[in-house]
Design a protein around this ligand. Structure first.
Ligand SMILES: NC(=O)C1=CN([C@@H]2O[C@H](COP(=O)(O)OP(=O)(O)OC[C@H]3O[C@@H](n4cnc5c(N)ncnc54)[C@H](OP(=O)(O)O)[C@@H]3O)[C@@H](O)[C@H]2O)[C@@H](O)CC1
Ligand SMILES: Nc1ncnc2c1ncn2[C@@H]1O[C@H](COP(=O)(O)OP(=O)(O)OP(=O)(O)O)[C@@H](O)[C@H]1O
Length: 417
């Protein structure tokens, strides 16, 4: 009897230790995963910290920046006071950014700043709810696509959908339409850009669009560019945000007045497009030792519209501040990455515009949207490059949009009913 009892208690003890060992193993694994997550987070923050800085206009007076006027929308700009002595400036509400080329990883203050801008991007992302109907999270129009270039408008339009827009329209020439449709049944394609009443045809759709992205694959045909000019004018007249990229920037370099003073515009030049624009507007060559200053000056000269100068580091300015995005991408530079950026920016700028300055702590919402789109593009580039290396193409980056978006922005956005 006693022996049986002793045996039972030994068995129970062994079971207990076995169970405890398993529990500790699980706990260890959980801690390891948590630790790895923290490390990954810190690494990401470190990369981002190295990349973001802000600068403000060195003009003695500061200007208020106002968005395109739409019903129920309030002006998003606040006057930023720059103090040239301590090189810090007073932020509008609660955020403090410092003017430096990179942040020290050890500075907790900078860490907070970095977290803040990502938080602001998250703030403008609309929640997914059962109460919304198709179209409410974004109807984006891409103006571009001609015989030579069918990939660029496709990349922009599909990127807009994958970031979260509900509908993506492409306005292209007749001979580009079939190809673009064949790439994706998700796109709505209008073969109107080369018909005589192209501007009126596109204008019919403008009231249904939240943002227009003009330029990817537009080409440089005189007639098409003339139509594009008319479309920009009508979009501007309706106060609809417009992102101008690629050949659209070629057009702006010929006629800067079309866009001058329209703060609903975001221009996304690569280095070549930037110098073309800069020379056309400021009648001076770009100062290659002062990229920050050049981006500020171009934005100011065009009336404080938002400029995203793409490159090894993306410089984003509204003529008052310069944000630097050097989130880690890769060294692979295949064509079409800028199209992914402009399509994503189409959606993010709509969300930011809708959210207004209350959600961006008084910061120009377009700066927040541009920072979000640049980080996202670079994150897609990074993820796709890790998988495919040198064979990576823009299509591979587009496949990464969902996971890249989740990684950067989504963890605080919960689906609600
Ligand atoms: N699959 C498709 O359909 C795609 C179509 N696309 C569409 O093509 C159209 C024309 O766009 P684009 O950029 O090629 O035209 P453009 O301004 O004449 O540049 C030409 C010259 O500029 C230079 N250069 C370029 N980038 C530079 C940089 N970052 N930094 C410095 N220099 C740079 C370079 O000079 P090089 O290397 O020869 O010295 C190059 O020869 C446009 O509609 C676009 O949307 C693309 O979206 C791609 C995918
Ligand atoms: N040297 C670089 N290092 C890292 N990222 C870069 C570099 N150059 C550009 N990028 C990134 O690639 C994206 C597209 O920029 P790019 O200069 O290739 O535009 P683009 O020439 O207009 O593209 P497209 O081929 O679509 O016309 C941007 O998000 C930018 O951040």
């Amino acid at each position: 009897m006693m022996e049986k009892f002793l045996q039972q208690s030994m068995d129970a003890e062994q079971k207990f230790y076995k169970y405890e060992e398993q529990r500790l193993k699980i706990e260890d694994k959980r801690r390891e995963a948590e630790h790895a997550r923290e490390l990954q987070m810190l690494q990401m923050l470190g990369q981002m910290l190295a990349g973001i800085s802000s600068a403000v206009s060195q003009r003695s007076h500061s200007r208020a920046c106002s968005p395109p006027q739409r019903a129920n929308r309030q002006s998003f700009g606040e006057t930023i006071n720059y103090n040239p002595v301590d090189r810090a400036f007073s932020p509008p509400i609660g955020i403090s950014f410092f003017i430096q080329r990179s942040f020290s990883f050890r500075s907790t203050h900078s860490l907070k700043d970095m977290e803040n801008i990502f938080r602001l991007v998250r703030n403008v992302i609309p929640p997914l709810t059962a109460k919304k109907h198709k179209g409410q999270d974004g109807r984006i129009g891409i103006v571009g696509g001609c015989q030579e270039y069918t990939g660029a408008p496709y990349f922009a339009a599909i990127s807009a959908l994958k970031v979260g827009a509900d509908l993506s329209h492409v306005f292209c020439t007749k001979d580009a339409a079939a190809a673009i449709k064949s790439y994706s049944p998700e796109l709505i394609v209008h073969p109107v850009l080369d018909i005589p009443n192209a501007v009126n045809e596109v204008e019919k759709w403008l009231p249904r669009l939240h943002t227009v992205v003009l330029g990817p694959g537009l080409g440089r045909d005189e007639v098409i560019l003339e139509h594009a000019k008319g479309i920009i004018e009508r979009t501007r007249a309706k106060g609809i945000p417009i992102i101008i990229d690629a050949d659209g920037l070629w057009l702006i370099a010929q006629h800067p007045s079309i866009i001058q003073g329209y703060q609903g515009a975001i221009l996304t030049p690569n280095l070549m497009e930037f110098s073309r624009l800069y020379e056309a507007v400021l009648r001076d060559p770009v100062d290659s030792d002062d990229h920050h200053g050049c981006v500020l000056r171009l934005s100011q000269a065009l009336g404080n519209l938002t400029i995203v100068q793409k490159g090894e580091r993306d410089l984003i300015s509204d003529g008052q501040k310069v944000f630097v995005c050097s989130h880690e991408g890769s060294n692979r530079r295949c064509g079409g990455q800028g199209d992914l950026l402009s399509g994503s920016l189409g959606v993010l700028s709509h969300w930011a515009f809708l959210a207004g300055s209350e959600k961006t702590n008084g910061l120009n919402p377009f700066l927040v949207a541009a920072f979000g789109a640049c980080s996202l593009t670079r994150q897609c580039n990074n993820q796709a490059f890790q998988k495919y290396g040198r064979s990576m193409t823009t299509k591979d980056m587009i496949t990464e949009i969902g996971t890249a978006f989740n990684k950067l922005f989504e963890h605080e956005v919960k689906a609600t009913n």
